[in-house]
Design a protein around this ligand. Structure first.
Ligand SMILES: [Zn+2]
Length: 441
């Protein structure tokens, strides 16, 4: 399709959450016969098709009815070297790390292999509608560079970083703090703020990082502007007990990171399944985000995420698919899984489709400091979106043929849509994924 000078006007039912549904009523906006006007890679307007068509007669209409437009998904926690260990069921965190994750991560030393996995990983993100992701790189700098290059050539928005550790993993995964500083600095110079890329300082978790390594992280954050930080916290009871032994002076897990200034508004801390009330209060006042990874929490038996405690304390929460502790790449599936786990959690929150969409889109964009750039269809934002069109004979197609009420339609999409329903994905108006089955238009 060739964009006309007046831009492209995409016609389809559309949904987005320009507001936070945990704080405001009517955060979900939808148009049953919607129009999304795109001009030079940006959203020019989002409204009813008829109104937009009348006010923008120069725009070229593309009729996408039969499918649905959603903002591009934002995955705030995932690991590229773990692509091939998805499906490793039956273990708990520390055992899974030792038997499944770490040996596979060691293979990233082979650069040809790392490049291949990086490309496959980025392709999988796009194929699931994820346009922005915060990704753990590898422990090796060249493999981490391969991830950045793959994201750059695919056109995805990505924050990533070399994973830093100097103890308790496999020796080949360890760096000295000096080497970590040197290699991370080079990667930052090469990739940070290049196009859609951002660098995230990435200490693996408190157990595998000495105080000297955490100090390197603090130094990197002080030396460069706008770096993000990603790590893990309070995932599993055994892990928390070991952290307490490794840092005897720290009253809780968060203190280990706070001591080095690592838990600020640019930080995404994955899991936080077992926080204390004091940790929640401090996370709220520091404006750090917790990446909730419901599939991973269930698959590794880590526990039920206390969402209500996070929300009531004012902690920012977004979603992560957590490849490979999780069960895949789909952010729709993570939204559904968050809903399901909150249904059975002892003090769970009843989430509606608007909450799920916000958690999978704008919440993640805000976590990454990209809330002004992506995450919903607000005019002026980058045209990052997913076009879903369920296969003709699918259960989702059957439900949507009958269902007319917008929130129930969106709930059905979260419940039933998988990668087979993702037909086209764009970042800044440019196609980053198109399904082989996409209908020619
Ligand atoms: Zn993780």
């Amino acid at each position: 399709m060739t964009p006309a000078s007046g831009g492209e006007l995409l016609r389809a039912p559309l949904f987005h959450t320009p507001r936070n549904p945990f704080r405001e009523a009517r955060a979900l906006e939808s148009y049953a016969d919607g129009g999304l006007l795109i001009h030079e890679g940006r959203i020019a307007a989002c409204s009813d098709y008829a109104a937009l068509s009348a006010s923008h007669p120069d725009a070229a209409t593309i009729d996408l009815r039969g499918g649905f437009l959603l903002p591009g998904f934002v995955d705030t926690h995932t690991h590229f070297p773990q692509l091939r260990i998805l499906g490793g069921l039956g273990r708990s965190l520390l055992d899974w790390l030792e038997r499944c994750a770490l040996p596979e991560e060691a293979r990233m030393a082979d650069h040809t292999h790392a490049c291949r996995i990086a490309r496959a990983f980025v392709r999988s993100l796009a194929a699931h509608g994820t346009t922005t992701a915060c990704v753990f790189g590898a422990h090796f700098a060249p493999a981490t560079a391969a991830l950045f290059e793959a994201a750059q050539s695919a056109g995805l928005r990505m924050a990533a970083g070399q994973v830093l550790s100097d103890r308790r993993l496999l020796p080949e995964l360890h760096q000295t703090p000096e080497r970590a500083y040197r290699e991370s600095s080079l990667l930052i110079d090469r990739f940070h703020r290049q196009g859609r890329l951002l660098y995230a300082v990435t200490p693996r978790f408190a157990l595998s990082t000495s105080e000297a390594m955490l100090e390197v992280c603090q130094t990197l954050l002080a030396e460069h502007e706008e770096l993000r930080l990603q790590t893990h916290i309070n995932e599993n009871a055994d892990e928390i007990a070991e952290v307490a032994r490794a840092f005897p002076g720290a009253p809780d897990y968060l203190t280990v990171y706070e001591k080095f200034g690592l838990a600020g508004p640019n930080a995404i801390l994955a899991h936080n399944v077992h926080p204390t009330n004091s940790e929640l209060e401090r996370l709220a006042s520091s404006r750090a985000t917790v990446a909730h990874c419901p599939s991973s929490n269930a698959a590794l038996g880590s526990g039920l995420f206390p969402m209500k405690r996070h929300i009531h304390a004012g902690v920012r929460v977004a979603l992560g698919a957590d490849v490979g502790g999780g069960t895949g790449f789909g952010m729709l599936k993570e939204g559904l899984q968050a809903y399901l786990l909150q249904r059975i959690a002892p003090d769970g929150m009843l989430l509606d489709a608007g909450h799920l969409l916000y958690l999978s889109t704008l919440a993640g964009a805000e976590a990454l400091g990209l809330g002004k750039e992506t995450g919903d269809f607000h005019a002026g934002k980058s045209a990052d979106f997913v076009y879903l069109r369920p296969p003709a004979a699918s259960p989702l197609a059957a439900v949507l043929e009958r269902e007319q009420e917008s929130e129930r339609m969106l709930a059905a999409i979260f419940t039933l849509a998988g990668a087979e329903s993702i037909q086209e994905v764009r970042v800044a108006g440019t196609v980053v994924y198109r399904s082989a089955n996409a209908e020619r238009r």
